[in-house]
Design a protein around this ligand. Structure first.
Ligand SMILES: [Fe+2]
Ligand SMILES: [Fe+2]
Length: 356
């Protein structure tokens, strides 16, 4: 079974395992002729998240099994053996159902995911990153977002289930849309997209058991998470060609204006503009994503949380409002009536952000 296919994580588990909260679809490949399995299967399926589709694997031509699957409520079946081709078809269906209809966006996301794979592999093998490839990917993302808007970008990227890659593509897209909407110079937009694509490269060394841990991290685990900005910076600073403020944004994207962030507890003017923008887009991205430990927030809820964080002195209010305008501009045309303000509509939340 592949570990990932077409941007989706593929995991194999037994009926004794817990189903991950972020699972879209479960393929149940179980011997339905065995009575003991049926009871176990019922408990397993009951524990599945409500949004998770369940597909039964059956043997072609085995009418008894097909009947059994139907009796158990199977809406959809695939034929054994469950391999790449069957899984690819399922993934196609998920994308179609999610309404991912923009082939250009899919192509850009596929290309960007490939760049991230290559780039992250360089970290593992301690080789310099291909900055030309990163810049070209950044440019492609910027072009795609100019064409389709950030909202559709987010919908497309959400279908890519490698947690860290999805996060990076969301953050980069948000940063790009923000910079474009603010009328920033082309050179600064490029810096921001490069910083977005590289900001979490230091996560390569962090075990998935910590990164994707459902539930709260222990103090020790959070200490491990805190190492990623420094690890990424240390690796990238060794090579030429990365602007100093891009490196700074990578090292300090978890700092807060009131000095409560990490790794250096910087405060106020010690945090540069580019870094402040990346931080806001990073948090917005994390809030919008589905993680193993939380459901996604809506855009309005996420903006309300960012506003609360600005009120608490962590983020710059002007930039949070600017991100709000960026999202409003893109979202209004699609799902909001023009006189509704996303920010005014949203209730204020206490920040639940555990910055991983
Ligand atoms: Fe990070
Ligand atoms: Fe991040």
């Amino acid at each position: 079974m592949p570990a990932s296919l077409l941007g989706f994580d593929i995991r194999t588990s037994s009926m004794a395992d817990k189903i991950p909260l972020d699972a879209d679809t479960i393929v149940l490949d179980v011997d339905l002729g065995n009575g003991e399995n049926i009871a176990k299967l019922a408990a397993f399926r009951k524990a599945a998240p409500a949004r998770c589709k369940q597909i039964f694997a059956i043997t072609k031509g085995n009418l008894q099994e097909e009947l059994q699957a139907t009796t158990l409520g199977a809406r959809k079946t695939i034929h054994r053996p469950v391999g790449d081709a069957g899984l690819a078809k399922i993934i196609e269906d998920i994308r179609e159902t999610a309404g991912i209809l923009t082939p250009t966006a899919c192509k850009t996301v596929n290309g960007a995911a490939k760049t991230l794979e290559n780039t992250f592999a360089r970290f593992t093998t301690n080789k310099p990153v291909d900055l030309g490839e990163v810049a070209a990917t950044g440019e492609e993302i910027a072009k795609t977002i100019r064409n389709i808007g950030v909202n559709e970008w987010l919908s497309t990227v959400r279908t890519y289930h490698h947690t860290t890659f999805q996060h990076i593509l969301i953050v980069t897209g948000l940063a790009c849309a923000f910079a474009t909407n603010m009328g920033m110079r082309k050179a600064d937009i490029e810096k921001l997209t490069t910083a977005g694509l590289l900001h979490d490269i230091g996560k390569v060394d962090i075990p998935a058991s910590i990164l994707d841990k459902p539930g709260k991290l222990t103090a020790e685990e959070f200490d491990v998470i805190r190492t990623h900005p420094g690890a990424g910076y240390k690796f990238l600073a060794r090579q030429d060609g990365i602007a100093e403020d891009v490196l700074d944004a990578i090292l300090h994207h978890h700092e807060f204006l009131n000095g409560s962030g990490y790794p250096d507890r910087l405060a106020g003017d010690q945090i540069r503009d580019l870094t402040r923008i990346l931080t806001i887009c990073d948090i917005m991205g994390a809030l919008l994503e589905r993680r193993t430990y939380k459901e996604p927030f809506t855009i309005a809820e996420s903006l309300a949380i960012l506003l609360q964080m600005a009120n608490d002195g962590k983020l710059e209010m002007v930039l949070v409002h600017a991100l709000g305008r960026t999202m409003e501009k893109n979202v209004n045309s699609i799902q909001q009536t023009p006189d509704e303000s996303l920010i005014a509509l949203a209730p204020l939340y206490q920040s639940p952000v555990e910055a991983r």
